[in-house]
Design a protein around this ligand. Sequence first.
Ligand SMILES: NC(=O)c1ccc[n+]([C@@H]2O[C@H](COP(=O)([O-])OP(=O)(O)OC[C@H]3O[C@@H](n4cnc5c(N)ncnc54)[C@H](OP(=O)(O)O)[C@@H]3O)[C@@H](O)[C@H]2O)c1
Length: 356
Amino acid sequence: MATRHVVRPPFPDDPLAATGRTLRWGVVATGSIARNVTPQLVQLEDAVLHAVSSRDPARARAFADDLGASVAYGDGGGMLGYERMAADPDVDVVYVATPHGQHYEVAKPLLEAGKHVLVEKAFTITGDEAQALVDLASERGVFLMEAVWTRFLPAYQRALDVVASGEIGDVRWVQADLGFAAERDPRARLWSREAGGGALLDLAVYTFTWAFGALGMPTGVHAVGTRTPEGVDGTHALTLSYPGGGVAQLLGTLEAQATRTATIAGTRGTLRTFAPLTHPDGFMVMAGDDHRREEVAPGSAPYAWMLREVARCVQQGLRESPTMPLADTVATMRLFDSVRKQLGVTYPNDERTFGG
Ligand SMILES: NC(=O)c1ccc[n+]([C@@H]2O[C@H](COP(=O)([O-])OP(=O)(O)OC[C@H]3O[C@@H](n4cnc5c(N)ncnc54)[C@H](OP(=O)(O)O)[C@@H]3O)[C@@H](O)[C@H]2O)c1
């Protein structure tokens, strides 16, 4: 049996089915991912979308109306929309869907106000920002998690079961690539240093999720890549080393169409995901000379599995998810710090100082 590096969440077959008392949610930001995730959030039997916040009050109102939230908060009158949400006693849990450059500054007042918080990936820009949020959540006794939805998906969990069963033998090598030729717009999130742009923080979270699931936390990383005129990475290639001798190769790019698959190779066979590796609906196992087997897993409402875990943890008084622990998030952000140093990529957030 190989080691299982990610805890299996204790899920029902239906992620929309209630696991406890009804929670009142707030959503910060009205951009692309907020528009994808929130419609699945409102389908949860034990979730009520109470409030939406945007920099623009009219955008908050329109989003709230679309999705049935009663309250809309915007910036103005010397207060930010998310500060108003933090002060709202009728909000239990907040989903932060701003660009990652702003995750720290948005999550901080919410945690200070005692809200449980789900923060989009990448969790922050730096390892120090991540640790500061984790310390704050622990001090306030609230739940905090990075929205790495892939970890909760049935296909990912089942793939890790296959690896742990020993069917492909001892894992020696993982390869994963993710990327696309993104439209060039220096003001857009993907390219902007202020927003935390670049392929690393946007895409490596996912390729790393497969490497971590198969091999655990690496002890070394070697990175090469390209830098855009804005100073973020357009493409990166990471080689990760592990104490047991395994190797992972992860590629992320905003400059080319990638295969968007992950391959886990062991001493007896190989497991390859279907695309996209962010939320595959299955995988193929190849073992020996002539054994090939495909497995499929449910693919609808992919964000609901992660949202179910947040609800379950909050309802049960947990401060973090055993499937997506905060130590993994901090270690991943520290790994990315080291990658950025090798690539020569910096962000304004690097200047932030903490405590002391
Ligand atoms: N889980 C996933 O599948 C997935 C997919 C894509 C992105 N993401 C993550 O989700 C986050 C948001 O990505 P997105 O694609 O939704 O970005 P987006 O379309 O640019 O939307 C981000 C939203 O954040 C708000 N915002 C607050 N402060 C901002 C600032 N200083 N600059 C720009 N926008 C600001 C804006 O909403 P208001 O104008 O309403 O304030 C904006 O619409 C990122 O961390 C990203 O990595 C996750």
